[in-house]
Ligand binder design. Structure first.
Ligand SMILES: [Zn+2]
Length: 330
């Protein structure tokens, strides 16, 4: 046998395997992070309180441990901002977004953002709103994805573009953290191909009564700012995932106005293509004391995280940035 040909075919086979391997995030990581973030000791992570600060410190500890590059300003993970107003019960007038980065191999000056909000709605005199799904699920996913991508980079499978991980605060108060960030970005939004925002992906929508309840995710924003989004969602899904991608909240008649209700919106208003991943929980335990970790559907949660990670890789590695049908408005 011709050994040049053998090496050549081995090379092709290895390249193929590297590209075709579906992401497999460790469920134990999601469990580990969520059990801390949604614990009573985090006091419901309300912006302006010590609970939020405890969560911020937890995130920074893990950003460091994973090896993310600080990407706020002055070599820091923290982007501080002054709260627009201080409410009763708040003990500080400032909060921070936690920003870290994994540098791209061949296009380090182009970015894909993955975001989730780490704040929630706090506590009462007797009870804590743990916000396991909202948005402990997105925040834990952020850490698990960062760890996974860093492990792959160490094994020589780094991504072409840089990936920026942003844990936003102030979301529940009115998207404060992402509003501040989008007006004071710490890297170029023009060079940001997309923001993938995760806010609530650990549960099954109590109102959803379909055969696919163990295999769906709502995807919001797919038809808004870039006509590349839909084909790339389909392409990634065909990569062994086969999730039901439900676009119902992209209907112009969506009365809940979901597209405007989480942090991706502050990227969208700057012209950056966005996708928002969401489980659809609006009734049931939404903003209730019962949004607890015991109600997380781990298998489905993990499936969604695997899909989101492969989509992120797809965005990071493709030749061109996503086409912008509507240009940046600044
Ligand atoms: Zn939320």
């Amino acid at each position: 046998m011709n050994h040049i040909l053998t090496l050549l075919s081995l090379g092709i086979a290895l390249t193929f395997m590297a590209q075709k391997k579906k992401t497999d995030i460790a469920k134990t990581q999601l469990m580990e992070h969520l059990s801390v973030l949604a614990h009573d000791s985090m006091e419901g992570r309300e912006t302006g309180t010590i609970g939020l600060e405890k969560a911020a410190r937890y995130l920074i500890t893990h950003y460091k441990k994973i090896g993310l590059k600080p990407y706020a300003a002055n070599g820091s993970y923290r982007q501080w901002y002054k709260l627009p107003y201080v409410e009763d019960g708040m003990t500080t007038d400032k909060a921070s977004n936690i920003i870290g980065m994994i540098e791209g191999e061949s296009k380090p000056e182009e970015f894909v953002v993955i975001s989730a909000h780490y704040d929630h709605i706090g506590k009462t005199a007797t009870d804590v709103y743990n916000g396991a799904d909202d948005d402990g699920s997105g925040t834990a996913a952020l850490l698990a994805i960062a760890n996974h991508l860093m492990e792959e980079k160490k094994q020589g499978r780094g991504l072409s573009r840089s990936i920026v991980f942003i844990a936003f605060s102030g979301e529940e108060k009115g998207l404060w953290g992402s509003e501040f960030f989008s007006d004071h970005p710490t890297f170029s939004l023009k060079k940001t191909t997309a923001d993938i925002n995760i806010d609530m992906i650990g549960r099954i929508d109590t109102e959803r009564n379909k055969a696919d309840t163990m295999n769906y995710v709502y995807v919001v924003g797919h038809n808004k700012l870039s006509s590349d989004l839909h084909p790339l969602l389909d392409e990634t899904n065909a990569f062994g995932h086969q999730l039901v991608l439900d676009y119902k909240f992209d209907s112009p008649f969506d009365l809940e106005r979901i597209y405007y209700r989480s942090d991706h919106y502050n990227f969208a208003r700057k012209g950056v293509p966005v996708l928002f991943f969401y489980d659809g929980m609006l009734l049931g335990d939404y903003h209730q004391l019962t949004d607890e970790i015991e109600k997380i559907t781990w298998e489905l949660y993990k499936k969604r995280v695997d899909f989101i990670t492969d989509l992120l890789k797809n965005f990071a590695n493709r030749t061109n940035m996503l086409k912008r049908d509507i240009p940046l408005n600044d």
